[in-house]
Design a protein around this ligand. Structure first.
Ligand code: NOJ
Ligand code: CA
Length: 715
């Protein structure tokens, strides 16, 4: 029997399907979806009764991928109607290969909206997932007749802010994230951006209103809001462009040399856009949305992926006491024409047999897993900013670096060498050599590689964060997995949780690390809320000698009266706290062996601290002010606590209720003293041993740019 519906029923149904609602599992987040009067898909998000994202538009400007035909752009913003809506709920536990905890809960309510554009009949689907404290959504282009191979000219995702929040941001840039953070009102971004003068070797700041993600904000009514993305694969990285007239951020993708943002073939999905929100800053750190929105591991046998604690023949080059390059003859040396055997080494080439063996001895004696050696391979005379394709071959050691002997020596001493591949941004050259380079690593027993992308990208016009490079970084990690190699990429795009899919991707720099020195005093109280939302950072902590001038033999003992140029702007105790608060399965003790020998009792913490965790408890957190985290070592009863403090001296509070109620522990506290001053007396610290139980509570004073670390062992 046929059924006939009256017109009003049809209209009601259309209205009904065009407005949808979804709640988080704990009911605290409320997402509203609707199609507005122009047929534009919109969403808004509330945390309890507080608006997080006001009604914000979604959509794209696309182009068919036949550029020579000069076809008009396709407006994929307006004239949509909802053709179907479906819901789902997932609640599962999964076990990461390494991480801040050994079990991650993936619990969300999903709403899947299928949209079709009137007349053109082109389709876009939007998948929303609401977790407790966070929202993720992505666009999915289904297989369809009227949209096949296409170009993203612009993504029009909006994030309308409810107020003029305080934000911690770095300037929008297609090529670097290695900046200090600015804290300002949203409305001040442009002015502060104009005043912001930091330079970097490759930078492209696209606008004075542009900022990068992960962006951390705080509202006057007490909400912490974080915007980022997850699963950035086969697409370009998203920045945010603020429009002060309607207080709205719009997505700003990284273009290629044609100005195109991404090339896609339906069916295809974009990365997820994420919003984490809470009235307690600790929940931002505890959120696992970024990993949960990534695909499970593609690597089946992960037994060879091991958290790694390492030292390096490195800091001495960073602080200018020795060189990566072998000869001083920088003008005449060219990789294809030079017989390095005929050249004399300069006095200070660091990666030489004798020195590397001394470092191996030290790293092995103190229980490290690996030693990074930079400047081992030919090419460094010619590497920097020459925009040259063929700089390194990643295969040929300098004459004073005996690759076989040194690897054997390291092996005898129970550690491995860490490979270094500086690509100087020459991507074709790196990919050309990659198989051979990884094979060489296998031959000599290297387990991990630190790669780097300093300078402009070659081919010219490509950007560090464009789709081309995003593809390259994944290619390098994926291929490394074939050779059972772990990757730590510097200058690559900031992570978006892809380490879940490729757990051999154990590190990234992608922010301003310790090598810069002179960072703002609260830098490491911001990074856990921004850069680390996407995954671990190779921050390279553990600097005990903050004044680089003092590393040279003839330093004057009176130098420490004022802050030295190029000084590390933290206290020594803060450096220890970083091993806990800057989560990474790859941790470096970055300073020179001789500085660790000056402070062996403080060095003990670096030797003791774990790299992999069963559990993390976020004790105190206020972005830009302080962070205190406790973590339980995977598979043991040991706990480690770390703190980093910003501009204001304060008393941190550690409540040990995270400890097992039936056990007694000894805690060793490494802390600032009354006299500690990051500029004039950063090496003043005190070590105290106390007995603690789950009932203990203590206060620990922290200096400006100070901090503390605690190791806790069960008795
Ligand atoms: C920049 C990296 O961040 C640093 O760690 C490395 O030593 C240099 N590039 C040289 O590759
Ligand atoms: Ca760098």
């Amino acid at each position: 029997m046929k059924k006939f519906f009256p017109l009003y029923y049809f209209l009601f149904f259309t209205f009904f399907i065009n407005a949808q609602n979804l709640k988080s599992p704990d009911n605290n987040l409320d997402l509203n979806f609707s199609v507005d009067e122009n047929g534009r898909a919109t969403y808004s998000l509330n945390f309890y009764d507080k608006p997080v994202i006001l009604k914000s538009g979604l959509g794209f400007i696309l182009k068919d991928n036949v550029e020579w035909m000069k076809i008009d752009t396709l407006d994929m913003i307006n004239n949509f109607k909802v053709i179907n809506v479906s819901f789902d709920t997932i609640d599962k536990i999964w076990n990461p290969v390494w991480g801040e905890e050994s079990e991650i809960r993936n619990n969300y309510n999903e709403m899947f909206i299928e949209l079709e554009q009137k007349e053109s009949q082109r389709k876009i689907n939007i998948r929303f997932r609401l977790f407790d404290n966070s929202l993720g959504f992505r666009y999915e282009f289904p297989l369809q007749e009227n949209l096949g191979s296409f170009i993203v000219i612009d993504e029009k995702t909006e994030f309308a802010m409810a107020d003029d929040h305080t934000a911690m941001w770095i300037p929008g840039d297609y090529d670097t994230q290695e900046y200090n953070y600015t804290t300002s009102k949203l409305s001040e971004i442009k002015q502060k951006s104009i005043e912001f003068k930091e330079e970097n070797v490759s930078m492209y700041r696209f606008s004075d209103w542009g900022v990068q993600t992960s962006l951390m904000m705080k509202s006057d009514n007490g909400l912490y809001i974080n915007i980022h993305e997850a699963a950035l694969i086969e697409y370009s990285a998203m920045h945010l462009e603020f429009n002060s007239s309607n207080m709205t951020f719009e997505s700003h993708l990284t273009p290629d040399s044609y100005g195109n943002m991404a090339y896609m073939n339906a069916p295809h999905n974009t990365p997820w856009r994420t919003v984490i929100v809470s009235d307690d800053a600790r929940d931002i750190l505890a959120s696992r949305i970024t990993y949960n929105l990534n695909e499970p591991s593609k690597i089946e046998d992960t037994s060879w992926i091991k958290p790694t604690k390492y030292m390096g023949v490195w800091w001495e080059m960073i602080t200018g006491q020795s060189t990566w390059w072998y000869t001083n003859d920088l003008s005449s040396v060219r990789i294809n024409e030079t017989n390095y055997d005929e050249l004399e080494p300069n006095d200070s080439h660091a990666a030489n047999n004798k020195k590397v063996m001394r470092y191996i001895d030290f790293a092995s004696k103190h229980g490290f897993d690996a030693l990074l050696v930079e400047g081992w391979n030919i090419g460094w005379e010619d590497w920097f900013d020459k925009k040259k394709d063929y700089v390194f071959d990643f295969l040929t050691p300098y004459p004073d670096f005996d690759i076989e002997k040194l690897n054997n020596y390291a092996k005898e001493k129970g550690i491995s060498l860490m490979m270094h591949h500086e690509t100087s941004g020459a991507i074709r050259n790196y990919e050309r050599h990659m198989d051979e380079a990884y094979s060489l690593m296998n031959k000599y027993g290297y387990k991990s590689v630190k790669s780097g992308y300093v300078g402009r990208i070659i081919p010219a016009g490509e950007r560090h964060y464009g789709q081309y490079m995003v593809g390259h970084y994944i290619y390098a990690i994926d291929k490394a997995a074939d050779y059972k190699i772990m990757v730590n990429a510097h200058e690559a795009v900031r992570p978006t949780g892809v380490s879940r899919t490729y757990p051999n991707h154990i590190g990234n720099e992608s922010a301003r690390g310790a090598e810069f020195r002179g960072s703002k005093l609260n830098h490491t109280t911001i990074l856990p809320f921004t850069r680390l939302i996407g995954g671990p950072m190779d921050y390279t902590p553990g600097i005990f000698e903050m004044d680089p001038r003092k590393n040279t033999a003839d330093f004057s003992p009176n130098l420490n009266e004022t802050l030295a140029p190029g000084a590390v702007t933290t206290t020594l105790a803060n450096q220890l706290g970083l091993y806990v608060i800057m989560y990474s399965p790859l941790q470096m003790a970055a300073d020179l062996p001789k500085n660790y020998m000056r402070f062996p009792d403080a060095f003990q913490f670096i030797k003791d601290v774990a790299l992999d965790w069963d559990k993390s408890v976020y004790l105190e957190a206020e972005p830009g002010e302080y962070v205190t985290i406790a973590r339980k070592e995977k598979g043991t009863d040991n706990w480690f606590v770390g703190n980093s403090n910003g501009y204001n001296r304060r008393n941190a509070e550690v409540n040990f209720s995270f400890l097992d109620k039936n056990k007694k522990y000894t805690a060793t506290i490494y802390k600032d003293t009354k006299k500690t001053n990051y500029a004039t007396n950063p090496q003043s610290y005190k070590i105290e041993k106390i007995k603690v139980t789950s009932k203990s509570k203590i206060k620990i004073p922290t200096a400006e740019a100070g901090g503390f670390a605690i190791s806790i062992f069960a008795n």
